[in-house]
Design a protein. Sequence first.
Length: 363
Amino acid sequence: MTFGRVCILTAFAVALYVVGAGIYGARTGKREWSVSARRGMYVIAALTITSFAILEYAYVTSDFAFSLVATNSSTTTPLFYRLTAIWSSQASSMLLWVTVLAILSGLVLRATRDSHREVGAWATAVLGAIASFFLALMVFYPDANPFLAASPVPIEGNALQPLLRHPSMMFHPPALYTGYVGFSIPFAFAIGALITRRVDASWIRSTRVFALMAWTFLSIGLVLGARWSYTELGWGGYWGWDPVENAALLPWLTGTAFLHSIMVQERRGMLKVWNVSLITATFVLSVLGTFLVRSGILESIHAFGASTLAVPFLFFISTVILGSVALIVMRLPDLRSAHRLDSLFSREAMFLLNNLLFVALAC
């Protein structure tokens, strides 16, 4: 067993501990358990970064003992594309997903360690649960194992797929993934706010930077992807209406609506139900975009083909939807707006109309 694989297994065990310690600390009010859970997320970040670095080094040095490297690189592949080939495959992109999640989770939990202790404890457990899911895929499913050994070890690799030999390969996938993953942060704090009934705008202020960052990176990823499609596939335009491309656009639309509507909640205490619903939808659509690429249920130039990951992804998405909807319904009395719309031509009404337009486009 390679050291990278050991890091993944350890990170999975720590993620399970983060969930348990976070919930126990939140329910009992014992802050030492919440602090321990937060520090556990730092450990996950260190372990996943180490795993990512090991795999990246294998690509750079053409270590074909790893099946991923043998399949997606070769000794004749230019260094630029050996550096970027790490997110060209299913398993390594899953590693990228959880690595970015652990880093962002560590940053937000560090920033909020002295504030929002109750909400933060539950948010830590939610982020740990999300990390546990993706780490579980890498632990239990060979399709998602980035350190699967090649047998026999080839002398020369298969090289990178020609369509992936584009300068945008350096930026498009990590930008898109950072956008996807970034929306996990406000979602986790929204769930924490709902559980603790602290549904004022404090959770929004704590995660605004991460929501803006996620939206920015997702926007950059979409623009670069459109340019890539234009130059490589010859569609005659910047959008091919490929199913996976459309799936990536959906969280951008609902995320844009969310960024507009949270301003109304902060200023007037309105649209609370709308905001928690929007961030839940944005997170679910982000995971859905990841699922569509990896499940093999769609024929797309972006899809990785047949996979065993469809069932666990569908289970995870269903659990998130059902759990979030149930929690929102139970907290409806706490989510009542402090004010009503002054008129159909008020600023708040215009923001709501803007939101409805974005959601309609997503539908």
